[in-house]
Design a binder for this molecule. Structure first.
Ligand code: ZN
Length: 295
């Protein structure tokens, strides 16, 4: 089953919603970064959120970067997304792990930490990107993002993020939702949403049972007249390329490249988002040196 997300709206314009299924994307991240079970859940939650939040950006070239930096052993987790459901990520300490909670859940808050910051950077190609930052609330990531929306964006928002990890450490099910309340919603309707979310089974359970994002939206918001307005594929996709790496090498300058040629005679550059290795032989480096000199 392919990963995708939907954007939905109730017909009266009182709320908007994103629901995503991201099982394969999270498993791809797990394979690339070789994460522990708890780190898979932490990173998977942030990547899932970034896919949905990134989809709100207007232009194809816009980039959203989310960072969770707590005082826990996992360090900083980074997710980067565009508006087409393509996401990639980084994690400081992929081996960080913790015993499950008493209720048997992966204890994401324990490896992220409860003290720290959530940062959102939106780069729309202007000189200064738009940066929002709030304090972490629980380190569970969903709560921290809901808090970010209400504090930094002043939009009352419910966020649910779930990752289920199998015994063999692969991702069994993953997904998320973001529900945003628009100004015309009544207190009674807000109460209906709250009680529905309280009653709902965990998101990762629903996805594991085969619920589609459309069915999850129905399940969570059955009292509303919901309509799907958009469907977007989600994937772990890195946009690195030999050309881009070459540009980075060119930016290092004449001396640096000269030193590499003299000392190693070749260079290998690894993309930390996807582990792709780019190998530059001596004549490649000499060509780069020539490019720099001719600038
Ligand atoms: Zn890459």
């Amino acid at each position: 089953m392919k990963d995708y997300m939907i954007r939905g709206m109730d017909r009266e314009g009182r709320l908007r919603v994103f629901v995503a299924r991201t099982t394969q994307m999270v498993d791809e991240a797990r394979k690339i970064h070789n994460t522990s079970a708890t780190a898979t859940a932490a990173m998977g939650r942030l990547l899932t959120a970034s896919a949905m939040m990134g989809a709100t950006m207007k232009n194809d070239t816009d980039l959203l970067t989310l960072k969770v930096s707590g005082d826990g052993p996992v360090g900083t987790i980074t997710a980067v997304a565009n508006n087409r459901g393509e996401v990639k990520g980084l994690i400081d300490n992929p081996a960080a792990d913790a015993p499950s909670t008493d209720s048997g859940k992966l204890d994401v808050g324990a490896i992220v930490g409860k003290k720290g910051v959530f940062v959102s950077i939106t780069d729309i190609g202007m000189r200064d990107p738009y940066i929002g930052q709030t304090s972490l609330v629980t380190g569970e990531i969903g709560d921290d993002i809901a808090n970010f929306y209400s504090e930094s964006e002043q939009i009352p928002t419910a966020v649910g993020l779930g990752v289920l990890v199998d015994r063999d450490l692969s991702c069994k099910a993953a997904g998320g939702f973001i529900i945003q309340l628009l100004p015309f919603i009544t207190d009674e309707e807000i109460g209906m949403i709250e009680s529905s979310l309280e009653k709902a089974r965990p998101l990762s359970t629903l996805i594991d049972e085969g619920y589609t994002p459309e069915e999850i939206m129905e399940e969570l918001l059955s009292e509303f007249n919901m309509e799907t307005t958009d469907r977007i594929d989600v994937s772990y996709t890195c946009d690195c390329s030999a050309d881009k790496v070459e540009k980075v090498l060119i930016s290092l300058g004449e001396k640096e490249i000269g030193d590499i040629i003299e000392e190693d005679g070749e260079s290998e550059v690894v993309c930390h988002f996807c582990n792709t290795k780019y190998h530059f032989h001596k004549d490649d480096l000499e060509k780069i040196l020539l490019t720099i000199k001719n600038k």
